[in-house]
Ligand binder design. Structure first.
Ligand SMILES: [Zn+2]
Length: 451
């Protein structure tokens, strides 16, 4: 994980956000919110937030915050941002992304738009594998530029913490390069990045028919190397028919835990999988969760493991069905939302768009979708003691949206209303444009089934 709260001598350590119309604090226990607690967003009207040294120092109604003795004496030292009645919430947390790719997958996209079925596209070959050759050929510096372009797109729309996976290299060398590129990009980006090794995205073509050998390579070589170089905090596995079996996933989880790494999985996206064996490894999060068996819903409700729902993939693949958030939430499962930003199935860096999808297609209230994109997403990354709410002592990561009512965050579609972000107590205004040109267009790829 790259922690970017390091203030340089030039930066002002004191920042006051005043005249906040609605402040969503998400205050409460630093633990996953479940059931009706998911709606509790800790709203304060006419609020102010004081940040000091990269952390939240005081939060509350403006008249209370302004009574702070230290603030009264040191007003001149403090930079003030007048929020003019706008909405302020914790910086959004995108807890599932795949930014280490080079090119968009336009050939598959055109096939889909001209009516090819899912199966026809699949039969043409490709999938995750179709991003391999460009990532393997790319230099670390070029890949880092592409990753940074993704991060900048996220920051523009209010995301200040992101989980970033490798998974398009699929050799020890190329997975290492991808994670180094993520680290390089993180050092040039103000937000916080949590890195995840996803060597178990799919078996690469050179291991066709020898998937167990590839799993051995991951467990014996790739995980130990990545752990030694401290390039990732988590290991992810795509546990799905056509990717990795439950047995293989368990082996990978065991290898990760033996090296002190956390675990998370892509699971139940297309087919239901029994979750008890994965849950035995205490994953921080199980992601997608489109088709979960009833007994697994009750099992999950008793665990700390978060279910991260990724409706951007359902949208982009044109699926009629979306993850059944209501069933999970009403059963007491801790639910988070994320973009799944990737070139095959969810090419969006926008958490507000995902929040909109959660409201319109998954029947989540805006308040629930915001909790799922802040405090619960922080839990999915095991960052809940530092991130996900606006409370004294937590990192001063905030997003200011240019509207008066927080429900507008789920209401406007494809209209970026993020006015500015505060990251580690520093004003990032205006939200920055990507520092490099748009994604390069390749057009040589065949197809994808998955991310
Ligand atoms: Zn994914």
């Amino acid at each position: 994980m790259v922690d970017s709260i390091v203030l340089t001598a030039k930066q002002n350590p004191y920042l006051l956000l005043s005249n906040i119309g609605q402040l969503l604090t998400l205050r409460g226990k630093s633990a996953p919110r479940r059931g009706s607690a998911l709606k509790e967003i800790g709203l304060i009207e006419d609020a102010a937030v004081l940040c000091a040294g990269g952390r939240i120092a005081a939060v509350g109604e403006q008249r209370e915050v302004l009574r702070d003795q230290w603030l009264k004496k040191n007003k001149r030292k403090v930079e003030e941002i007048d929020c003019k009645g706008r909405v302020v919430l914790p910086g959004l947390i995108d807890s599932h992304t795949h930014p280490a790719f080079v090119e968009p997958r336009l050939v598959d996209f055109e096939k889909r738009t001209s009516g090819a079925t899912y199966e026809e596209i699949a039969a043409a070959g490709g999938g995750i594998r179709s991003s391999l050759s460009s990532v393997r050929k790319a230099t670390r510096a070029h890949l880092a530029d592409r990753v940074l372009a993704g991060f900048e797109g996220m920051l523009e729309q209010g995301t200040t913490t992101v989980e970033a996976k490798s998974g398009y290299g699929l050799t020890a060398k190329d997975e290492t390069k991808s994670l180094q590129a993520i680290r390089d990009a993180a050092q040039r980006w103000p937000g916080t990045v949590v890195s995840t090794l996803l060597a178990a995205h799919v078996a690469p073509p050179e291991f066709a028919g020898k998937e167990d050998e590839y799993v051995e390579l991951i467990c014996r070589e790739i995980i130990p190397q990545i752990a030694k170089q401290r390039l990732a905090g988590f290991v992810d596995v795509f546990c799905e028919r056509g990717a990795f079996s439950l047995e293989q996933s368990e082996k990978i989880f065991a290898a990760a835990r033996a090296r002190g790494l956390g675990t998370r999985a892509h699971v139940c996206q297309f087919t239901a999988s029994k979750l008890d064996r994965l849950l035995a490894h205490q994953p921080a999060s199980l992601d997608h969760m489109d088709c979960v068996a009833a007994e697994d819903v009750s099992l999950l409700a008793q665990r700390e493991t978060v279910a991260t729902l990724l409706p951007g993939a359902n949208y982009f693949l044109g699926h009629r069905e979306f993850p059944d958030a209501r069933r999970l939430i009403d059963s007491g499962v801790a639910v988070a939302l994320a973009t799944d930003y990737n070139p095959g199935t969810s090419p969006t860096p926008s958490m507000p768009f995902v929040i909109s999808l959660a409201c319109t297609h998954m029947k989540m209230s805006v308040a629930e979708a915001i909790s799922a994109s802040t405090i619960n997403a922080a839990c999915a990354l095991r960052l809940e003691t530092r991130k996900g709410s606006v409370e004294a002592g937590k990192d001063a990561d905030l997003a200011v949206f240019d509207f008066k009512d927080y429900r507008e965050l789920g209401y406007w579609v494809a209209w970026n209303r993020c006015e500015r972000v505060i990251v580690g107590g520093q004003n990032e205004h205006p939200p920055r444009r990507p520092t490099t040109a748009g994604l390069q267009h390749g057009g040589t790829e065949k197809s994808e089934l998955n991310s």
